[in-house]
Design a protein around this ligand. Structure first.
Ligand code: CUA
Length: 314
């Protein structure tokens, strides 16, 4: 089964934050410097090969043995270039990774194979991380199981998520939009489906999003959705998943309180449509083999009711 990646740009060469911009600028400068050196060396070698190649008449070029001036010059020039690149790297490190000088604005936890985001407001969500534009946020990055790596190239530096050793980095977005990213450290079977979506909202829109996501889930409508909640309870889905306001508060797997407000399922593996949600519930292992969500062998009626219940969690 081939699946389309979410339509997001994620080139490190299109930075949208001061942190990412400083890294992109260092990369471009280094690339240009190295390209000039590479072209210069290649041209000099090519010229020498042609100009001084062995000729039938045995005409040898003059043999030079040692020249202090030239040696000093071709030692000093590389030292100057390397020193310049070193100083620029130090400056970039300071700009892209300033000291973590306050309590984190956001806690992100890498799990096999999804991302949990916790806000100081108490909001917990998964995989689709909203941030307000124009505001640097300090992120505390953790891992629940193995080493992951959080990388949203347009917004922040790359950072390892190490179990038992929180790391800190800054993230921000200059303009509203959806920024893609992915786990950048091999972490097991579904490493490739550990995608990240950062939604940068205008500050007012972010406040509205946060308020909506903080609200507990409302009671399901009678009929299929209500039956779906019974299936959710009976099948012990609540042993791993939280649905705030409905008596489910375990945070081992993604929080589902507002599942229907998210764009994708399974950390980007499928679009969040009723058909895909039902397919996921019918057999998650068919869509994301190795996923920690087992195939519960639900009946078609149970799948429909559960999809109706979860699909209404806006
Ligand atoms: Cu998580 Cu690779």
């Amino acid at each position: 089964m081939t699946r389309e990646l979410p339509a997001t740009t994620e080139s490190p060469f299109a930075p949208s934050s001061p942190f990412a911009a400083s890294i992109a600028s260092l990369f471009s400068t280094t690339l240009i410097v190295c390209a000039i050196i590479g072209v210069g060396v290649t041209v000099a070698i090519a010229y020498s090969l042609v100009r001084f190649r062995a000729r039938p008449d045995g005409d040898e070029p003059p043999q030079v043995d040692g020249n202090r001036k030239i040696e000093i010059v071709w030692t000093l020039i590389p030292i100057a270039i390397v020193t310049w690149l070193f100083v620029m790297s130090i400056e970039t490190m300071a700009r892209s990774d300033p000291p973590a000088d306050r309590a984190p604005d956001l806690v992100i936890v890498g799990h096999q194979w999804w991302w949990e985001a916790r806000y100081p407001s108490g909001l917990v969500t998964a995989n689709e991380i909203h941030i307000p534009t124009g505001q640097p946020l300090l992120v505390r990055l953790e891992a629940a199981d193995v080493i992951h790596d959080f990388w949203v190239p347009q917004l922040a530096r790359k950072m390892d998520a190490v179990p038992g050793h929180p790391n800190f980095f800054w993230i921000s977005a200059d303009t509203p939009g959806v920024y893609g990213g992915a786990c950048a450290e091999y972490c097991g079977a579904q490493h490739a489906w550990m995608r990240i979506q950062v939604d940068a909202d205008e500050p007012a829109a972010f406040v509205a999003w946060q308020a909506q996501e903080l609200a507990p889930a409302s009671a399901p409508l009678a009929g299929s959705p209500a039956r779906g909640e019974s299936v959710f309870r009976d099948q012990a889905c609540g042993n791993c998943h939280a649905i705030a306001g409905r008596g489910f508060d375990r945070h081992i797997a993604p929080d589902l309180t507002h599942l229907a407000s998210r764009n994708t399922l399974g950390a980007g593996v499928a679009e969040n449509t009723p058909a895909e949600l039902a397919a996921w519930l019918r057999d998650p292992q068919a869509i994301k083999p190795g996923s920690k969500m087992p195939d519960f062998k639900l009946s078609d009626a149970n799948v429909d009711d559960l999809a109706a219940y979860l699909g209404a969690l806006r």
